[in-house]
Design a protein around this ligand. Structure first.
Ligand SMILES: Nc1ncnc2c1ncn2[C@@H]1O[C@H](COP(=O)(O)OP(=O)(O)OP(=O)(O)O)[C@@H](O)[C@H]1O
Length: 251
């Protein structure tokens, strides 16, 4: 059997009497796009914080790539390849899209580009950066200042910068939030392109996007995972449908 890249075992977080995540067990396989959905207030954001290390858990374990990272702070997890996009990323608006990604390539590769002369170094960095921009479909906008990109394009750029740090797993917390229809199609298309190349954990409210992108879906209700399955089986799951009654039209 394939070993999970990320495994949550009995994770729990409570604020006083409010138990927000409760005995969460979840496995993310290498290469899969695993979506976590749930009604408002189910604990999704809290869980993402527990995975990325910005919030410590009361109990339970987080295993990543064969290592117990339960007590590692966020930066330790990022160094091991567990990256949260839109958190690790700060876009510099006056720099071009290409320069933003080139900086991330350079930060990741440390001194390995220093063997080149200045001009050759710049060329190599730009070529590497261009590859990441192509991966997210932003190559035609490489020379545009990041601040002038549309909202959806900025999201694409953030993904390119995230990818340039070469994570093993990318945590995406509502990448479609605040995007209009056209823009969200653009971001979904980008995620479609990345799917299979990198392991992704996606938290997203847009169910059309979730069901078109995910390999597997986990459903969180009142802090507990009530089901993990293929999108088709989740759609047909009575317990899941019941959990969403009264919510937006979902499954
Ligand atoms: N720091 C905190 N102190 C007290 N309660 C909290 C805290 N953070 C979150 N909660 C509570 O935990 C519950 C789950 O919150 P969380 O934001 O994780 O849910 P969510 O599934 O991401 O919700 P949404 O889909 O609305 O973003 C909510 O009832 C919230 O009020």
């Amino acid at each position: 059997m394939t070993e999970p890249l990320l495994e949550l075992r009995g994770l729990r977080k409570a604020y006083g009497a409010i138990v927000v995540t409760d005995d969460v067990n979840l496995s993310v396989l290498p290469g899969e796009l695993h979506a976590i959905i749930g009604p408002n207030g189910a604990g999704k954001t809290t869980l993402i914080h527990q995975i990325s290390g910005t919030l410590s858990s009361d109990s339970g374990r987080v295993l990543f790539d064969g290592e117990d990272i339960t007590h590692l702070p966020m930066h330790g997890r990022v160094l091991r390849g567990l990256a949260r996009s839109f958190q690790i990323t700060s876009i510099l608006p006056a720099f071009s899209a290409l320069e933003n990604v080139a900086l991330a390539v350079q930060a990741r590769s440390g001194s390995s580009f220093r063997f080149f002369g200045d001009a050759a170094q710049e060329k190599a960095l730009n070529e590497a950066a261009m590859e990441y921009l192509s991966m997210v479909g932003l190559a035609p906008r490489a020379r545009v200042a990041a601040g002038l990109l549309s909202h959806g394009e900025k999201r694409q750029l953030e993904l390119a910068v995230g990818l340039a740090t070469q994570p093993k797993l990318l945590l995406l917390d509502e990448p479609l939030a605040g995007t209009g229809h056209e823009e969200s199609l653009r971001v979904v298309e980008t995620l479609q392109r990345l799917k299979g190349r990198i392991t992704i954990v996606l938290i997203e409210h847009d169910m059309d996007a979730v069901f078109s992108l995910a390999d597997r879906v986990s459903v969180l209700v009142y802090g507990r995972v009530i089901a993990t399955d293929s999108p088709e089986s989740i759609r047909a799951n009575e317990e899941v449908r019941a959990a969403y009654l009264g919510e937006e039209e979902v499954v």
